[in-house]
Each structure stands twice: as C-alpha cells, then as structure tokens.
Ligand binder design. Structure first.
Ligand code: NAD
Length: 264
C-alpha cells in the first residue's frame, strides 16, 4: 500500500537537483507531495525520478543568491500548484580557507546562498501558510543547517557563520508562528557523501597523496564517531516526520543526524 501522508500538499525544495535536497524531495514525493525542484546541473534526471513516484513535478532554476529570482520562483510555485505548503531551504555551498586567505566574494556568496536565500523564501512563503486551514495556518519550513550550525571547524568561517545563523533564523520563524499550524525546524547533518563533500575528500586525497578510501576514512574519523555517512534518504525521513501530524508541536529545534559528531 502506498502511504500518502502529504497527498495534495506542495513542497518546494531549494537545491534539489543533487544530494540532500534531492533525497528530501524524493522522501516528500513518496508521501504524495507535489514537488517544485530548484538547483543547477542535470534537471531531467531528478525530474524523472520524482515523476516516477506518481506526483506532479515542476522546476524553477532561480539562482538562490538573487532575491529577485527567489521571488520569481515563489510566484511560479504558487501559480503551478496554488501555494507552497512545505518549504525546504536546502541550497548551500562551501569554501574552505583560513580567514586571512578567505576570498571576500566567496564569503558573500556563502552568506547569500546558505543564509539570506532562506530568509527571502521564508518571508515569501509565510503569508499563504498563515492563511491556510481556514485561517488557523498550516505549513512546514525546514532549514537544512549542519553540524556546523552547532559547532565549528577551522577554515570554514563563512559556512559555520551561515549555519549558526540559520539555526537562529529557524528559532525566530518558529516563535513568530508558534500559535499557528506553521512550524519551522532545522536539520543538522554530519557528513553526507554528496558532491559538496566529495570535493573535500578529493582535496584531502590530493594534499596528502593518499587514496580516496584513505581520505574518506580520515574525514569521517576526525569528526564522526559512527565512522559512517548519514544518507539523503535518512534526512528525507526526518523531513517527513517534521511534516507529519506527530510534528505539529515540534518548533524551533535544530535536530542533529550526525553519527555522534556534536555529542562529543
Ligand atoms: P550538493 O552540492 O550535492 O547540492 C547542492 C544543491 O544546491 C545542488 O542542487 C545545487 O545545484 C544547488 N545550488 C548551489 N548553488 C545554488 C544557487 N546559487 N542557486 C540554486 N541552487 C544552488 O550539496 P549537499 O551536500 O546536498 O548540500 C545540501 C545542503 O546540505 C547544503 O545547505 C549543505 O550546506 C548542507 N549540508 C551538507 C552536508 C554534507 O555532508 N553533504 C552536511 C551538512 C549540511
């Protein structure tokens, strides 16, 4: 029997052509939600994967560093499906360098894509969510933060700053809507083997003259006691929980799924 917890709902997942965003989009689609995809690179593959789950799929290629394109995307989603019920702010990038060497344009891009984009999408999604369900409100805003929203690592100043800040934005969004059916929570993954992390494995392998396997083991061993990657499907299941009736009063949490990283 197909489970359709979210049938009739629309979920917009930013940065969903790859990695964690695609995993979350698939998990929400498996529960019957129509999906608005966003992101760069191959679109047709992800679109087909989601359509195969029997839901409607739309795509908007907004560059999440550009507020006007974010506004276009939100208007497009509402025009396609009536409104956005579930917003997953997931798009994100990384750059690794010490502060004194950190390119200022990388700082600006990371803050724009990892943090400000969530503010813009959220401010544009909230009014319809607040009016839903006969004025009582219904909506789910899920911010993909990181273990780096809770603790820091060297050489990731912009990323850590953006992820700590999005945890703060999550709490404010939750508080401002606490008496309504609109909730906001953050997901804080540890290492997930996506293109974003593979780049860091590659850099480590090149710097140390070691194999991909050795670099992967080093990367996990430094931070993640489980020595295992978290998967996009596991993160998708957490997003489904936030969207379920059991999540009705879960508000403003930053939920780590990080193999014990932040328990240390
Ligand atoms: P990824 O590189 O696989 O996917 C990133 C997605 O964002 C892609 O779809 C890409 O096209 C999109 N994107 C990038 N810049 C964009 C822009 N300007 N406008 C629109 N879309 C854009 O990365 P991922 O690992 O799946 O990361 C997704 C989120 O998860 C990020 O916010 C990241 O910080 C967070 N995260 C990742 C990990 C990890 O270990 N991979 C851990 C914790 C948190």
């Amino acid at each position: 029997m197909q489970i359709t917890l979210l049938k009739g709902k629309t979920a917009l997942v930013t940065g969903s052509t790859s990695g964690i965003g695609l995993g979350i989009a698939k998990a929400l689609a498996e529960q019957g939600a129509n999906i608005v995809l966003n992101g760069f690179g191959d679109v047709e593959g992800p679109r087909a994967e989601i359509a195969a789950l029997g839901v409607k799929v739309a795509y908007h290629g907004a560059d999440m560093s550009k507020p006007t394109e974010i506004a276009d995307m939100m208007a497009y989603a509402a025009a396609q499906f009536g409104q956005v019920d579930i917003l997953v702010n997931n798009a994100g990038i990384q750059h690794v360098a010490r502060i004194e060497d950190f390119p200022t344009e990388q700082w600006d891009a990371i803050i724009a894509i990892n943090l400000s984009s969530a503010f813009h999408a959220t401010r544009l999604a909230l009014p319809a969510m607040q009016k839903a369900n006969g004025g009582k409100g219904w909506g789910r805003i899920i911010n993909v933060a990181s273990a780096h929203g809770l603790v820091a690592s060297a050489e990731k100043s912009a990323y850590v700053a953006s992820k700590h800040a999005i945890v703060g934005l999550t709490k404010v969004t939750a508080l401002e809507n606490a008496t309504s059916g609109v909730t906001c929570n953050a997901i804080c993954p540890g290492w997930v083997l996506t293109p974003l992390v593979q780049k860091q494995v590659d850099a480590r392998a090149a710097a140390g003259g070691i194999s991909n396997e050795a670099a992967t083991a080093q990367l996990l061993g430094e931070k993640e006691p489980s020595l295992q990657f978290t998967t996009p499907a596991e993160l998708g299941a957490l997003a489904v929980f936030f969207c379920s009736p059991a999540g009705n009063n879960v508000r403003g949490v930053a939920w780590n799924m990080d193999g014990g990283w932040t328990a240390q």
